[in-house]
Design a protein around this ligand. Structure first.
Ligand code: UD1
Ligand code: UDP
Length: 367
């Protein structure tokens, strides 16, 4: 039996950790730590409820703050938990401040550090997440890469000997969720939406919410669209729209919603004609659900979705966004590549961690 400590804190991490928790099953023991980076009901508790995740064993309650403050609070609160639990392995997910805070503390402990979703790179050093990814990868003992592209990124940084190709855990969760999402929610009826007749919009990246020109351009473009636009807004985006005096117009012309539960969101994403987003996870889910995606960024960590023709990068450029929405994505499903694996990433991850703990802990930790 392996004693695992999993650290989560932000919306996409609950979704990723769900798959790994399930694969750990009763054979291994898991201690779940919630940093408290996300705390609103719709960004946190709703996922625990819907996915049936157990209550966290520890809730660090760090809340919001500047990058330094938040990361430092996570480190400060996490260290005593790690000392007390003394797990074989700490698993961190993705690229948030919760990922990095827990990674730094673990790297200097006796526990192994495993990074799920290792090796993603935007090559944009203005993104806080890019620093979180690179630093976490270099601190980790076990790098669990979702795609060949991620493996190749890690090899270029001389991290190949710690790297394992696993597939993507978000696909595992999505396969669990897809049918349930269609059965569990009547959100289309409630909102009076018709399948394939609306656009879905999500925005939360600092580069878009904290740069007024970019946010205005994206929202103005969406306000001019003839289709219904459904916009479940992240709180930081709602705050930014309020600050810029855009909220009334958006409320009037778009279907502005609170962030949705996972099952509601997946249902809406599957039935949308297009999704316009700056999210990492949503680009990938759109690809997996065959929903054409327009990414309002200059680059992506998921280039496979672009190469395959399902995702168009438009940056915050009105003409490019409109052209991409109007583009006919007549893509052949039969030849669609499957870069994210077959939905068994979490099982591979548990096997890799089990082997590492059983056979290699000394050699891995001290190399
Ligand atoms: C964080 C991650 C980002 C990830 C996203 C997932 C970092 C640096 N960023 O971004 O990589 O894609 O989560 O959604 O870790 N807020 C609330 N309620 C909450 C949480 C946040 O109102 O429950 C507001 C606060 O004003 C806060 C702001 O949102 O300052 C930003 O939250 P934060 O967790 O710092 O970053 P996200 O934008 O959520
Ligand atoms: N998501 C959700 N409700 C929403 C918007 C997104 O459940 O209203 C889910 C989405 O299905 C995906 C994840 O949240 O699994 C993506 O999280 P986010 O966009 O916040 O972060 P990122 O993936 O960019 O780090």
């Amino acid at each position: 039996m392996v004693h695992v400590l999993s650290v989560v804190g932000a919306r996409p991490q609950f979704i990723k950790a769900f798959a790994v928790s399930r694969a750990l099953g009763a054979e291994h023991s898991e201690c779940l730590v919630h940093t408290g980076q996300h705390y609103d009901h719709n960004l946190s508790a709703v996922f625990f409820k819907e996915l049936g995740l157990p209550e966290p064993d520890y809730h660090l309650g760090v809340g919001s703050g500047s990058h330094g403050e938040q990361t430092a609070r996570i480190m400060d609160a996490f260290e005593p938990v790690l000392e007390r639990e003394h797990p074989d392995v700490v698993i961190v997910y993705g690229d948030t401040n919760s990922t990095l805070g827990a990674a730094i503390v673990t790297a200097k402990s006796e526990s192994l550090l495993a990074h799920v979703e290792a090796g993603l790179r935007s090559h944009n050093r203005e993104m806080p997440e890019e620093h979180n990814r690179v630093l976490t990868d270099h601190a980790s003992d076990i790098l669990l890469a979702p795609t060949e592209e991620a493996v190749s990124n890690l090899e270029k940084e001389d991290l190949g000997d710690r790297t394992h190709l696993t597939g993507d855990v978000m696909l595992d969760t999505l396969l669990w969720a897809r049918d349930r999402a269609h059965e569990a929610t009547d959100i289309l009826t409630r909102l009076g939406l018709e399948e394939q007749a609306y656009l879905l919009l999500t925005l939360h990246r600092a580069a878009n919410t904290d740069q007024p020109d970019r946010l205005r351009t994206i929202l103005d473009t969406m306000l001019q669209r003839p289709e219904r636009v459904v916009f479940p807004a992240h709180p930081r985006t709602r705050d930014a729209m309020q600050r810029l005096g855009l909220i009334e117009e958006v409320e009037q012309h778009l279907t502005l919603l609170e962030p949705l539960s996972y099952l509601e969101f997946i249902h809406l994403l599957d039935r949308a004609s297009r999704v316009i987003t700056d999210s990492g996870g949503v680009q990938k889910e759109a690809f997996l659900l065959d929903t054409p995606c327009i990414t309002v960024r200059g680059e992506t960590e998921w280039p496979e979705t672009v190469t395959a023709g399902w995702n168009r990068l438009t940056d915050a450029d009105s003409d490019r966004i409109n052209q991409a929405i109007d583009h006919s994505f007549d893509l052949a499903l039969a030849t669609k590549p499957q870069p994210f694996g077959d939905g068994t990433a979490a099982i591979s991850i548990v096997d890799i961690i089990h082997d590492a703990v059983s056979w290699q802990i000394d050699s891995i930790k001290h190399r």
